[in-house]
Design a protein around this ligand. Structure first.
Ligand code: SF4
Ligand code: SF4
Length: 474
């Protein structure tokens, strides 16, 4: 029997071979909207994160942008501190600290990042809120999708996708606004005067967001997110998980509200499936911890609502730990947690020291390695250097340039140079040694000095060499 890619032919009992797909069919999930304590806090976190994202490219103080990744001039501004390429190691440290914090949070609180702060979850919730607003809650959406393509369905889908497109475009605009000044970008969008990369950068994140957070949603967590795959190795028996209280809940079953569960031989779970219907990944948490659970706590709020209606007390689904579920106490002093916390503290200490002792001036001297010196007809010798001065401050600065040497050298170059905030300038200069002195001198060390004209205490010195013919090649 011929099978297509992703299919396999298996013998079935009493019948001929059967072709089955190796891939599970995508079942669209229709989560029920849920309110409650955890969801209120989740929405507060969502608003804060969205505010940080949308406000970042608009931040300005004293004419300076607060956040700007200026790729053209290779300088990154984060909260008015400008970093040049030589300082990118600081940004790398920041990323390492963020990664370690994420690992520590995972050890302590499981998938709390996935459910509360992951951009995919946050944006999915935004798209889902729009969907619910336009198409209604779970049952209405189910009815709509099962129904015919009539005017009502077409109109609702058109409105939903248009609003999604607007959200997607706002994400792109804000994202590109981190790389190019957003106040200049918006008029250029309106007059269609965009560069090639700006057009691509506006379309790609919008398309990605629309597809990932609007259409695919939980599929991204199931099949694409690498973090979802490896974070379980960080879990231990004291990691916070969302779990179902089997002892109280089982045996589950429907009953009248007035019925006493012990009399009807049932546990507290009324098998209403509300915890399943609210789940954005469509799982039943009563089946135990599953990798699809993103820790959004929607099922906790759903069950809290049911339990309070029934008068049965606390939610059957709760934040717990494996140890707690097995009737043991919680251990706070865990080596792995201390290991991560220690590493984070050390990294934070080094990072804070580097930031507070950061010199807002970078200086380098580069020699032309192909031509160490040039000798003139009268015996005088000339060495050429390139001084690279980078102003790591946000404002323009004037720098004084000096040099010192044991040789009677003459400096041929500007005495001062102006460098814009966050800019880097390269300045070719020459040192000359007269023919008489060059005849008896030997290759010697030279020191170049740079200092801001308004801050003589901040002086940077770089050592180079003055080469002479007698010294030969290095
Ligand atoms: S919401 Fe609570 S009572 Fe309802 S099925 Fe889930 S665990 Fe059982
Ligand atoms: S099982 Fe509960 S916490 Fe996990 S994803 Fe579903 S609703 Fe969220």
């Amino acid at each position: 029997m011929k099978t297509a890619v992703g299919q396999v032919s298996l013998p079935a009992k009493g019948e001929g071979p059967q072709t089955v797909s190796l891939y599970e069919k995508w079942k669209k999930i229709y989560p029920l909207w849920v309110s409650g304590g955890f969801q209120t806090w989740r929405r507060v976190v969502l608003v804060i994160l969205l505010a940080i994202f949308y406000v970042s490219p608009w931040l300005r103080y004293d004419g300076q942008p607060g956040v700007w990744f200026d790729l053209e001039h290779r300088r990154f501004t984060v909260l008015w501190a400008t970093f040049v390429p030589e300082e990118f190691v600081l940004l790398s440290w920041l990323l390492v600290i963020a990664a370690l914090t994420l690992f520590a949070v995972t050890v302590a609180a499981g998938r709390i990042f996935c459910g509360w702060a992951c951009p995919q979850t946050v944006w999915s919730l935004v798209y889902f809120s729009i969907e619910r607003w336009v198409e209604g809650d779970r049952n209405a959406r189910l009815r709509l999708d099962k129904g015919k393509w009539n005017r009502n369905r077409l109109t609702r889908k058109a409105i939903k996708y248009s609003l999604w497109a607007l959200v997607a475009f706002s994400i792109s605009l804000t994202f590109v606004g981190l790389f190019t000044p957003i106040r200049e970008l918006i008029p250029r969008i309106l007059t269609l005067e965009l560069s090639g990369w700006e057009r691509v950068a506006l379309v790609l994140p919008a398309a990605g967001s629309f597809l990932m957070s609007g259409v695919l949603r939980e599929q991204v967590c199931f099949h694409m997110c690498p973090y979802a795959r490896f974070q379980s190795v960080m879990f231990d028996h004291d990691t916070l998980i969302i779990s179902y209280d089997e002892e109280r809940g089982e045996p589950r079953g429907a009953r009248r509200r007035s019925a006493d569960p012990t009399e009807v031989g049932l546990g507290s779970c009324v098998d209403c499936r509300k915890c399943v219907n609210v789940c954005p990944t469509g799982i039943d948490i009563r089946d135990g911890l599953q990798y699809q659970c993103i820790g959004c706590a929607a099922c906790i709020d759903a069950c809290t609502d049911v339990m309070s209606t029934m008068g049965y007390g606390e939610s059957l689904v709760r934040y717990s730990t494996q140890n707690r579920d097995e009737g043991q106490g919680r251990h706070w002093l865990r080596p792995r947690l201390f290991g991560y916390a220690g590493l984070i503290l050390v990294m934070l200490g080094i990072f804070s020291y580097s930031i507070t002792h950061r010199v807002p001036l970078g200086f380098d001297v580069i020699r032309d390695r192909n031509r160490l010196y040039r000798q003139d007809w009268d015996g005088s010798v000339e060495n050429v250097y390139t001084l690279r001065i980078s102003n790591r401050a946000a404002t323009e600065q004037t720098y004084e340039i000096g040099f010192s040497s044991s040789l009677p050298l003459t400096y041929d170059g500007p005495a001062t140079i102006r460098v814009g905030g966050g800019d880097l300038r390269s300045l070719p200069v020459r040192l000359l040694l007269g023919g008489e002195a060059a005849g008896s001198a030997e290759s010697s060390e030279v020191r170049f000095l740079v200092q801001p004209s308004d801050d003589p205490d901040m002086q940077i010195e770089k050592v180079s060499r003055f080469h002479l013919p007698k010294a030969g090649l290095p």
